[in-house]
Design a protein around this ligand. Sequence first.
Ligand code: DX5
Ligand code: ZN
Length: 222
Amino acid sequence: MRKSQISASMMCSNLVDLQATIDVFEKEKVEYLHIDVMDGEFVPNFGLGVDYIRGLRELTSIPLDLHLMIKDPEYKLPWIGIYKEDIVTIHYESTFQVQRALDYLMPYGCKRFLAINPATPIGQIEEVLDYIDGVNLMVNPGFAGQKIVPSTLRKAEKLQKFLQEMHREDIILEVDGNITKEHGATLRSFGASIFVAGTSSIFCTDVSHFGEKIREFRKAVE
Ligand code: DX5
Ligand code: ZN
């Protein structure tokens, strides 16, 4: 089984402690910074934009896990500043041109992930398996602090079986939204290996305890 990795959800961090937060993440070797880019159209929320991403790149070289909760992402990729070490996730539901959007990501050399919302059936991704490196199973996107949709846990099990049937166990499973230690452990048993850590795990306390929370979470999902 692939080693577990933490993708710390930066929409949950506050700007006052940003440098201190990043110092802890670097010390604890957090593998990704999860960036929720939100346009107020695909999701009812505005989120971290291109200036935030540019500024973050000045502060750290931790790769970004760019979660594009934006409509028609295929036309907006050049705006973002994508590095080859990054993960870029587009939503199946955000464009009529899913395959084209994934194709447009290819030249960046980044990992290409497809996110599906709770109501989107697993089978919808079958025709684009050749164009993805990972799947992001979502709680309802757009906000921190939401409660997991219970069916998402069963959905991870279905996805694991589906990928085995399709002989694509190489596809990485990322889980995003209300990933508590308990939910993380359950999802780990269904093959998840990247865990978006937000208010449900790391950011439930202040920066002075982030290190301890990261180590506790890692233990829960190892
Ligand atoms: C989904 C966001 C949230 C957040 C995770 O749009 O990605 O899932 O970062 O944080 P919590 O743990 O509060 O759901
Ligand atoms: Zn996200």
